[in-house]
Design a protein around this ligand. Sequence first.
Ligand SMILES: Nc1ncnc2c1ncn2[C@@H]1O[C@H](COP(=O)(O)OP(=O)(O)OP(=O)(O)O)[C@@H](O)[C@H]1O
Length: 265
Amino acid sequence: MRVEIDRVGVTLGGREVVHEASFVVEPGELVGLVGPNGSGKSSLLRTLYRAVRPSAGAVRVGGDDVLTLSSREAARRVAVMLQDPSTEFDLDVYETVLLGRGPHHSSFGRDTAQDVAIVEEALRNTEVDDLGGRMVATLSGGQRQRVMLARALAQRSPVLVLDEPSNHLDISHQHDLMSTVRGLGRTVIAALHDLNLAAQYCDRVVVLAAGRVVADGAPAAVLTPDLIRATFAIDVRVLGDPPVLAFRPLPRAVTRTSAPVPSST
Ligand SMILES: Nc1ncnc2c1ncn2[C@@H]1O[C@H](COP(=O)(O)OP(=O)(O)OP(=O)(O)O)[C@@H](O)[C@H]1O
């Protein structure tokens, strides 16, 4: 399903934090949204799952403005996995993932054998099937994040929105997550801090800086040393295609963090 972000503005606390953002995600594409802290990634993604109303422009999913859809239809089209899932959850893992089936039920609909099969598959795909009976609040950050991915997968929506999906995951689960979402064949938009993950797995990378889209294209075309230096204030060497990025802090960052300067050889 196609997603269009069309000249979207987002105003929060009286300040416009996203300005005229436009890009398209074609059906089945995996697009990485990258940018420094506070550049507006989460705010823009929130317009897609209707947690924030754009102050300008429109977000269209499958050709329809998301604001014109019923809540059920919006949830059938777009599933979301959030950066910091609430720790207030009073549900176990199985019940949490089953919530993903909600948009497919009528108000008092019962869980079907198909729901159970879909939930069990999502639990297996995210390697949390051994945690089924555990309360979500008792899980580690990474385990909880995988449960939230399982819930989003169980929703079986054609569009998946991921906001920093891998920030609690160990290196192997980061790659598992990216290859899982890549293999789904769904339309995926993921805000990512790890530019190497973006480079390796995304079809396209959209760069936000100070609320504006400053680049949009294939990873090798976008993730250049000049763009990364201008956007993130860090030096980088780019090797190969898909690019592998080797970072080297600028002197200002070294002063700030007292971190050792890695060798450039
Ligand atoms: N509820 C709010 N009220 C006012 N300002 C907000 C609110 N939420 C976010 N902002 C501001 O909007 C700007 C964009 O924030 P946003 O969370 O979208 O950035 P981000 O790119 O996702 O950042 P990060 O990489 O740190 O997660 C920031 O300056 C932030 O302080």
